[in-house]
Design a protein. Structure first.
Length: 249
C-alpha cells in the first residue's frame, strides 16, 4: 500500500480542520438561534404575564373604586343619616315599615335627631294615627324629630306633618286639609254610630292642627267644611301649620 506524501497528508489535515471548524460554527449558530428563539419565547411569555398582571391590577383597581363609591353611596344613603322618606299612601304596610325603621334608629342611637320627609297623598286615618302616636313616643325618648313636606302632604300626611318637633315645607309643596271620608253600610243605627265616630275623629284632628296654629279648632273646621282646603307653603307658615319654608337655591 503506497504511503501518502507528507504534503498531501498536511492538506488533508487542514481540510479536515476546516470542515470541523465550519461544523462547529454551524452548531454554535444553531445553538445561538435556538437560544434566541427561546429568549424571544420567554420574553413574549414574560410580556404576556406582565400584561396579564397589569390587566388584573387594573381590574382590581376598578373593583376597589367601585367598592369605594358604593361605600360612599351607602354612607350617604338616607338610612345612615336618619332621614326617612315616606312617599307612599298611608296604609298598614307603609306605617309598619316606617315604625320599624324608627324603632331601629331610636334603640341604636339614643337622642339622635331624625327627619321624616312626607310626599304622600294621605290614606287611612286609623293607621296614620298609629304613626302619629309613635312619633310622639320617639320625641318623648329625647329625639328631635323634624317633619318635612316635599311635593304634597295631603290628608293624613298633612296631619303627620304636625307630629314633628320642627315642621318644614318645600316652597312649592302643598298641604291638603279636609273632612274625613269613610265608607259604611248596614242598619241606620250602625251608620249613625259610624258617623258619630267619624265626627269625634274630626274633632281630634282639628285639635292637632290648632295646637300650634294661629287659627282655632273652630276656624279650621269652618274652613275645611265640605271642601278640600289646599294650602301652599306661605299659607301654611301664615296659619302656623309649619315652622319654616325650606330655603330656595
Amino acid at each position: 500500500m503506497p504511503k501518502e506524501k507528507p504534503q498531501e497528508l498536511s492538506l488533508q489535515l487542514r481540510e479536515n480542520d476546516l470542515i470541523a471548524a465550519i461544523e462547529s460554527k454551524r452548531a454554535l449558530a444553531k445553538r445561538d438561534a435556538a437560544e434566541a428563539l427561546k429568549f424571544k419565547a420567554e420574553t413574549r411569555k414574560e410580556n404576556a404575564e406582565a400584561a396579564g398582571l397589569e390587566v388584573v391590577a387594573a381590574i382590581t383597581e376598578i373593583e376597589r373604586d367601585q367598592a369605594r363609591r358604593k361605600d360612599k353611596e351607602n354612607l350617604a344613603a338616607d338610612k345612615h343619616n336618619f332621614v326617612y322618606v315616606f312617599d307612599d299612601p298611608v296604609h298598614a304596610t307603609s306605617v309598619r315599615v316606617c315604625i320599624a325603621q324608627l324603632t331601629v334608629w331610636t334603640r341604636n342611637n339614643p337622642k339622635q335627631d331624625i327627619e321624616i320627609i312626607f310626599n304622600s297623598p294621605g290614606g287611612d286615618v286609623v293607621e296614620g294615627m298609629a304613626l302619629y302616636d309613635f312619633i310622639q313616643l320617639v320625641k318623648g325618648r329625647g329625639h328631635h324629630v323634624t317633619t318635612t313636606a316635599l311635593g304634597m302632604a295631603a290628608s293624613m300626611a298633612g296631619i303627620l306633618l304636625q307630629a314633628g318637633t320642627k315642621r318644614r315645607m318645600g316652597a312649592e309643596a302643598w298641604v291638603l286639609i279636609h273632612e274625613g271620608s269613610f265608607g259604611t253600610a248596614g242598619k241606620v243605627g250602625e251608620v249613625e254610630d259610624k258617623v258619630d265616630w267619624v265626627k269625634r275623629i274630626m274633632k281630634r284632628i282639628c285639635k292637632i292642627f290648632a295646637a300650634r296654629s294661629t287659627l282655632s279648632a273652630g276656624q279650621i273646621a269652618r274652613r275645611w267644611k265640605r271642601k278640600d282646603w289646599w294650602l301652599d307653603s306661605s299659607e301654611c307658615l301664615k296659619f302656623g301649620f309649619i315652622d319654616e319654608i325650606l330655603p330656595g337655591v
